[in-house]
Design a protein around this ligand. Structure first.
Ligand SMILES: C[S@@+](CC[C@H](N)C(=O)[O-])C[C@H]1O[C@@H](n2cnc3c(N)ncnc32)[C@H](O)[C@@H]1O
Length: 503
């Protein structure tokens, strides 16, 4: 086994939990009647969880600590020499992925408590530093459902470990109490709920990571208990370790993860397919330095600080997520080159209607051709995405997907041109100002906010998604607000066949 100085903090996701925090967590576990016969600390580090556990539970029969770093094992051994209950502790200097867990689990007295703080590192971070601190590839790929759960490309090692712990709870009576990213906790719970695992009484306690780990990440204490014979697809959410009362309940209902169960109960009747309005995302081009421009006087300037003399024909005002979230929608900081009117349009027409723009695009063709995303493959030169008739409507009601703000903004034209939104913004296109004001009014109502809030996890990188926005029927919302007549007034204009349907 290697020695301490050869271990990189990054590779092993090494953030040791301070004793102050492990003691607080153990006290909390005791207070909520978790009373194990055995403890398993699968990546025990310097062992603060182990020390706190033997200090807290008087009747412990066994405590297994596994750690890859020999120096840490030595540290704990020294610490335990001072401790009168050290005989129950068995330390194993090994790799989590090589340990014979079946044997250990079979041997230890039950119920057990799986306790700790698994490594804070993702597989892609590991591959960047050529680390093999991963489960054996063959085993890993055979792990059923994991790919579907995590999205194939990037996952936290802690996620894989926690899914292993879940398997242990299927066989034996026990509890998981682990520190992990809140997003990982949700994925693990969702996996268990989707697969009808017999677990209940799940809890999430938010952790102050700045205070305890000097890190800016949303992390929590995740508690999951086995309950042979029945399951409960909900999790009580506490704002911090001192909260006596949960602030909300996550749950899994109607095949989806619910962020706030009470709000969902109140508003779920608004779910439904919307017939006349379609949520869209803004334009995607993956080459902001070429396609996005600033304007100084009559000159446009690209991201390489080149001054450009381009025709106005294909240039439109651009608003990005940050503009929308700040409500800065009457002026624009940037402009965008819009090379197509619809997906797949042949771009040769630019040569005739805007020769200078054509030359500019030709000059930068090598950069545009290098765009990695497969969506650009086998498409006309200079293709963009998220484009269609809807892009050029004069009015829009828009929201940013990135910011933690549930506010729908009315967008009009700038310099008599429709505003183009970037691909982190979602919007409904409207023909008139009145229509846009009407839609923003119903979307900004408290009932619509409650509906969306019931499904939003604000700590996600993109908390608001197009899938989320599409879940609500604007028709049902207008009915609830006694504004159905107005809804149909605008909806009828969107679809010429609508008169036949509703009148
Ligand atoms: C986030 S730290 C937490 C340590 C300890 N559980 C605590 O709460 O203080 C993660 C620990 O996992 C260890 N580790 C990383 N990869 C491991 C592996 N494959 N097998 C066993 N331990 C590992 C690291 O050396 C580190 O001590």
């Amino acid at each position: 086994m290697k020695t301490n100085n050869k271990f990189k903090k990054q590779e092993f996701g090494d953030f040791q939990t301070p004793y102050e925090l492990t003691s607080k967590i153990l006290q909390l576990l005791k207070n909520i009647d978790i009373n194990p016969q055995s403890i398993i600390e699968p990546t025990c580090g310097k062992g603060n969880f182990i020390i706190s556990a033997i200090n807290t539970f008087d009747n412990l029969k066994s405590c297994i600590g596994v750690e890859i770093n020999l120096a840490y094992i030595k540290d704990i051994s020294n610490e335990l020499k001072k401790h009168k209950k050290s005989s129950v502790v068995n330390l194993i200097n090994d790799n989590f992925f090589n340990v014979n867990w079946n044997q250990i689990l079979a041997d230890i007295p039950k119920p057990f408590l799986i306790l700790g703080n698994p490594p804070w590192v993702t597989n892609s971070e590991l591959s960047k530093i050529n680390s093999n601190n991963l489960p054996q590839k063959s085993n890993f790929q055979a792990y059923k459902g994991l790919e579907a759960l995590t999205g194939k490309s990037n996952f936290d090692i802690s996620e894989w470990m926690l899914l292993q712990h879940l398997q242990w709870l299927r066989k034996y009576s026990g509890t998981i109490a682990m520190l992990c990213k809140t997003s990982v906790a949700r994925k693990v719970l969702t996996y268990a709920w989707k697969n009808d695992y017999y677990i209940d009484n799940s809890r999430i306690y938010e952790i102050n990571t700045a205070k305890y780990f000097n890190a800016a990440v949303n992390a929590c204490l995740l508690i999951i208990r086995s309950n042979q014979g029945q399951f409960q697809k909900q999790c009580f959410y506490y704002d911090n370790l001192d909260s006596k009362q949960n602030s909300k309940i996550f749950s899994y209902q109607d095949s989806q993860l619910i962020a706030n169960t009470n709000l969902y109960k109140k508003t779920k009747h608004l779910q439904g397919q919307e017939s006349f309005y379609t949520w869209r995302s803004g334009v995607k081009h993956d080459r902001s330095k070429i396609m996005e421009l600033r304007k100084e006087g009559n000159v446009y300037i690209n991201g390489y600080q080149e001054e450009l003399h381009l025709e106005e024909t294909l240039i439109y005002p651009l608003l990005k997520s940050s503009d929308i979230s700040r409500g800065n929608t009457n002026t624009c900081r940037k402009y965008i080159l819009v090379t197509q009117k619809y997906i797949g349009q042949d771009t040769q027409y630019i040569k005739d209607i805007a020769p200078q723009t054509w030359n500019y695009l030709q000059k930068n063709q090598h950069l545009l051709d290098k765009r990695a995303s497969s969506i650009y493959r086998n498409r006309p030169q200079f293709s963009i995405f998220g484009i269609g008739e809807y892009t050029f409507f004069p009015w829009k009601v828009a929201i940013s997907g990135l910011y933690k703000k549930l506010k729908f903004e009315v967008i009009s034209c700038i310099e008599n041109k429709p505003i183009i939104l970037d691909d982190t913004v979602y919007f409904l296109s409207c023909k008139t100002e009145k229509e846009a004001i009407f839609l923003s009014k119903i979307l900004n109502s408290s009932v619509a906010h409650d509906f969306y809030e019931s499904m939003i996890f604000w700590d996600n990188k993109r908390p608001i998604t197009i899938e989320l926005l599409k879940k609500m029927s604007l028709h049902k919302l207008s009915q609830l607000m006694n504004l159905e007549h107005q809804y149909f007034l605008y909806a009828k204009d969107r679809n010429t066949n609508l008169n036949a349907i509703i009148f």
